[in-house]
Design a protein around this ligand. Structure first.
Ligand code: ZN
Length: 204
């Protein structure tokens, strides 16, 4: 008599457990901080191209992306949305309504780059246009284009999430002194901007 009862209890635990994990994977937004956690995360996750990102004036891209991503996640959660906050490398696969991958650019020739956007073919034109409109209104420097490098167009992070809208954002060029000086005091503002954009573009 005791054994079936135990089995039922175990089955209940398994059912509850699977529901919880399904919910944890299925969120409103995935926010990735570009290069965060590298280089330590590359070897354990078998990442061959361990791109550490750019940097300038003693600041690293991966420290800036962490600040912006944390602020975006904080704002979204405060507004009641569910968020998965990801670093550069992680074993999980997510399902979300939208995913953004946050970066700053670098150039071997200073100020040759600027802001840009990367996205896979399935991201809607309306989503891209809405971000570009919003960011161009704020960012006073060059917008260098869409999917202008292979890394942007075929970003590995796009394959790690199922979402109708995926967007890699390059906020600007860290190695350009003017852009750097404009961005450095605005990292929280950039995070708030991304959160407001996501809330506006993916109504519940
Ligand atoms: Zn980057």
């Amino acid at each position: 008599m005791r054994l079936p009862a135990l089995r039922i209890a175990l089955a209940a635990v398994l059912v509850v457990g699977s529901c919880v994990s399904a919910r944890a994977d299925d969120v409103d937004f995935v926010i990735q901080a570009g290069h965060e956690g590298r280089p330590e995360s590359c070897a354990p996750l078998h990442v061959k191209a361990c791109n550490l990102g750019t940097g300038a004036a003693g600041e690293r891209e991966r420290d800036w992306t962490r600040i912006v991503a944390d602020e975006t996640a904080r704002k979204l959660r405060a507004a009641g949305y569910t968020v998965v906050r990801r670093p550069a490398d992680y074993p999980a696969h997510d399902t979300a309504r939208a995913a953004v991958f946050l970066h700053f650019d670098g150039s071997s020739v200073a100020c040759r780059s600027g802001a840009s956007a990367g996205f896979p073919a399935e991201t809607s034109r309306a989503f891209i246009d809405a971000w570009e409109r919003r960011y161009r209104a704020l960012f006073p420097y060059r917008f260098v284009g869409e999917n202008f490098t292979t890394n942007e167009r075929e970003y590995y992070g796009f394959r790690k999430v199922d979402a109708p809208e995926k967007l890699l954002i390059e906020f600007g060029e860290m190695t350009c002194p003017e852009q750097y000086a404009w961005m450095a005091p605005r990292l929280h503002e950039l995070g708030d901007l991304v959160a407001a954009f996501l809330i506006e573009q993916t109504p519940r």
